[in-house]
Design a protein around this ligand. Structure first.
Ligand SMILES: O=C([O-])CC(=O)C(=O)O
Ligand SMILES: [Mg+2]
Length: 228
């Protein structure tokens, strides 16, 4: 048996914990209140998609949005981790997209239902290569950007996060035990917008990494989700 390698964390089948509304400009563009505590939701490991494969638009949405986010890869698990030692639990980072079926999310919000079908579908979590911790000495001050068909749509800096990475690790681990190989998506800055099939997405962490994905339509005709 070969040893597991954290640089292929997406193969481990661990949790993807997402933070929402962590940038005031994005909360504002969707007319959401600035949260007093982090807003959390989950994606399953089946949401991962790697460069070379396409992001598939679910058949039930007509408004699939991109959200570029810094991902934090957990290297050492823990429960009730204090903020002061939170960074010792980080193995590295990944550039991530939190693909969101915005129309479905709006509907779930209005009905008071969970966001699962809006956020957790197959290919809803495109990720870059693993970025070792040393390559981002200050994760609280990196620039994220995203282009659709060469047009800049999102450009933000992690210094504008409402809740810092140590705060998020500490907060989450009070409720959900963090395990080696878990990924935390830290929220998106403003500029989210719709993508459709044949679009080309490019995203980057300035001076660290870039990645690209194409968008395709789901080929199956099975559409079991009934919105009405
Ligand atoms: O769907 C949303 O707007 C919440 C979210 O994921 C984010 O802010 O990154
Ligand atoms: Mg998000």
């Amino acid at each position: 048996m070969t040893a597991r390698n954290i640089s292929r964390f997406w193969e481990w089948g661990r949790k993807i914990i997402c933070v929402g509304r962590n940038y005031a400009d994005h909360a504002k563009e969707l007319k959401n209140a600035i949260p007093a505590e982090p807003v959390l939701f989950l994606k399953p490991p089946s949401a991962y998609v790697r460069e070379g494969s396409a992001i598939l638009v679910p058949l039930y949405t007509s408004n699939l949005h991109h959200e570029v986010e810094l991902g934090v890869v957990i290297g050492k698990g823990g429960t009730a981790i204090p903020q002061s030692s939170a960074m010792e639990h980080v193995a590295g980072y990944a550039l991530c997209l939190d693909m969101t079926a915005r129309d479905i999310q709006d509907e779930c919000k209005s009905k008071g239902l969970p966001w699962t079908l809006a956020k957790a579908f197959n290919t809803s979590c495109p990720i870059s290569e693993f970025i070792p911790k040393e390559r981002i000495p200050d994760p609280g001050n990196v620039k994220l950007w995203l282009k659709v068909n060469d047009q800049l749509r999102q450009s933000g800096c992690t210094s504008h996060m409402i809740f810092s990475i140590p705060y998020l690790i500490s907060y989450i681990s009070d409720f959900i035990t963090l395990e080696e190989g878990d990924l935390i998506l830290t929220g998106t800055p403003q500029g989210v917008s719709a993508v459709t099939e044949h679009d080309e997405l490019q995203a980057g962490i300035e001076n660290v990494i870039t990645m690209s994905f194409r968008v395709d339509r789901q080929s199956e005709t099975k559409d079991t989700y009934k919105a009405k």
